[in-house]
Design a protein around this ligand. Structure first.
Ligand SMILES: Cc1cc2nc3c(=O)[nH]c(=O)nc-3n(C[C@H](O)[C@H](O)[C@H](O)COP(=O)(O)OP(=O)(O)OC[C@H]3O[C@@H](n4cnc5c(N)ncnc54)[C@H](O)[C@@H]3O)c2cc1C
Length: 495
């Protein structure tokens, strides 16, 4: 098949760069499966665990196992949670990432000083995966491009083209240069996450909604707030939420909230949501987070599937849904990051069926993505010979894997070894690489989603903006008016 991907903003600018960044089978579904003897929830965990393994196998430079410690404050919870997590391990089988451990209270606090010792009865640790979400999107896009896919960001689908009631393509508008074009296709797949209903209703405005959204907020704190390499998880706060403090690129990522929300292309954390997180982090962990400690915060919209109407054509494949609209738009929505590959497989199989093509065996069970095809040690040895600082070497490998030598080559030929910001390991050559190979069209495409600086430290991103813009002017030939509009938009979004 020949594939065209259209994204109205930057790649990964939606929910996919705003997640908790865990690759997980879903311990919570397991609890529901056992409590209610629910086969569907059980299958969901099995699928999640299988996908977790494939995820870590296909992107080892971006995803890795992470030990998570659950502190427990009631004796009765200890055997209950431990038994549940042992079952989680057993279900993982060969895909297990490590064994769950029962930890005495004193040991749990020594391992992770964030755990509140007051009233602590013990803890249970277990393993899941952690990953860099926006980089995973880029690695997947590069892998698709390698196989011939055409990828356009900042290009919005504005309408569907219909002939004899059947959808045969889309109208799209480039949001940066304003150009409009038609693209024809035998199948149009709607994979727009929280926006799925907007596209479905371009086909038939009377369709009942399939999706609802809820917002989840995270904050980023300096490394001192998580002094150990594992994460801490409170499985159920008093108001029934999950609370995490996780290590992320040398920082502490903490979250999350869960509130009904309006559909938005740029969801922002509210003051109330930030206060909620500070209060709960300080209440449940041995932390003293103050507002001024927060380096950055972000909000994402969960694409949640509603129960379909009885007479609708939608079928819930576990937590995600596939549906064909009357004109033939194939929607795939819901799910979680961990199951992205299984969702893609389901959508492609249906697309094959729609064009009368017998499905070909899926290849992505064992398909290392771009960046993960050379051994880590080989790349690190090569980078170490460059004379770059150790933090830059680590940063390059963690973001670009085996593509890092290309950045190194640019750093040397273009004399672009300088840091973009003195406190962060991002160098100018990365921006050149991202402009030439990673579809960067706006300053924040780079600062937030390619090099992570804006995700980790908002103030540093603001301070880096002039240097980034200067390089973009030189590379892309921006005129002063256009430059001003790009800068204005970036500052607005960093507010
Ligand atoms: C707070 C939070 C934490 C999470 N944590 C985890 C986790 O730890 N692990 C996990 O597995 N999952 C997690 N998830 C779930 C996971 O992030 C999402 O399921 C996943 O990212 C959804 O991807 P998507 O591609 O469906 O949607 P999105 O990433 O939102 O992508 C849809 C894209 O479609 C584009 N679009 C919309 N309309 C148009 C149009 N007209 N033309 C062109 N493009 C359009 C949008 O701009 C958007 O970029 C979390 C979700 C949230 C909100």
């Amino acid at each position: 098949m020949r594939v065209l991907l259209l994204e109205q903003n930057d790649f990964a600018e939606g929910t996919s760069s705003r997640s908790t960044k865990l690759v997980h089978g879903g311990v919570r579904y397991l609890e529901a499966a056992v409590k209610h003897l629910d086969k569907e929830q059980y299958d969901l965990v099995r699928e999640g665990l299988r996908e977790r393994k494939i995820f870590l196998h296909n992107a080892p430079h971006l995803a890795h196992p992470l030990e998570l410690i659950t502190p427990l404050y009631h004796w009765v919870e200890l055997p209950y949670v431990y038994a549940g997590l042992v079952l989680y391990d057993l279900l993982s089988g060969k895909a297990s990432l490590g064994r769950s451990r029962l930890l005495p209270a004193s040991k749990a606090c020594t391992i992770n000083p964030d755990i509140d010792p007051q009233g602590l009865k013990g803890a249970v640790s277990y393993w899941d995966g952690a990953f860099r979400d926006s980089r995973m999107v880029i690695a997947l896009l590069q892998s698709a491009k390698e196989l011939g896919a055409r990828l356009l960001n900042h290009t919005e689908v504005t309408a569907l083209i219909k002939e004899n009631g059947k959808v045969v393509g889309v109208h799209a508008r480039d949001r940066i240069d304003g150009n409009e074009r038609e693209y024809r296709a035998r199948v149009v797949i709607n994979a727009t996450g929280p926006f799925a209903d907007t596209i479905r209703r371009m086909d038939d405005p009377t369709l009942a909604p399939l999706m609802e959204v809820s917002s989840g907020v995270h904050i980023v704190l300096p490394a001192r707030f998580l002094p150990s390499p594992d994460g801490v998880l409170i499985p159920k706060t008093r108001d029934g939420r999950v609370l995490f403090a996780l290590p992320y690129l040398g920082h502490c990522l903490a979250g999350t909230t869960d509130r009904p929300a309006e559909l938005s292309e740029d969801p922002r954390p509210t003051e109330e949501e930030i206060d909620y997180l500070i209060e709960h982090l300080n209440g449940y962990f041995d932390l003293k987070v103050r507002r001024e400690d927060i380096l950055s915060s972000f909000s994402g919209l969960r694409p949640l599937v509603r129960e379909p109407d009885k007479d609708s054509t939608a079928s819930i494949v576990r937590e995600y849904v596939t549906e064909r609209s009357p004109g033939g738009v194939l929607t795939i929505a819901g799910g979680k990051w961990t199951s992205y590959r299984a969702m893609a497989e389901a959508a492609v199989d249906q697309a094959c069926e729609m064009i009368g093509h017998s499905p070909v065996p899926c290849r992505t069970h064992d398909y290392p993505v771009v960046g993960s095809r050379s051994p880590r040690d080989e790349i690190l040895t090569l980078l170490r010979g460059s004379g770059l600082d150790q933090d830059i070497i680590e940063h390059l490998y963690q973001h670009y894997g085996d593509q890092s030598p290309q950045i190194l080559a640019l750093a040397e030929t273009e004399k672009a070894k300088a840091r973009i910001h003195p406190d962060h390991p991002v160098i100018e050559a990365e921006l050149l690489y991202a402009l030439r190979h990673e579809y960067v069209r706006k300053p924040l495409d780079f600062l937030i989603r390619r090099c992570s600086l804006g995700l980790l430290d908002l103030q540093a991103a603001k301070e880096s903006l002039p240097a980034v813009v200067e390089i973009m002017i030189a590379e892309l030939g921006w005129d002063p008016t256009f430059t001003e509009s790009m800068e204005w938009e970036a500052y607005e979004k960093l507010r």
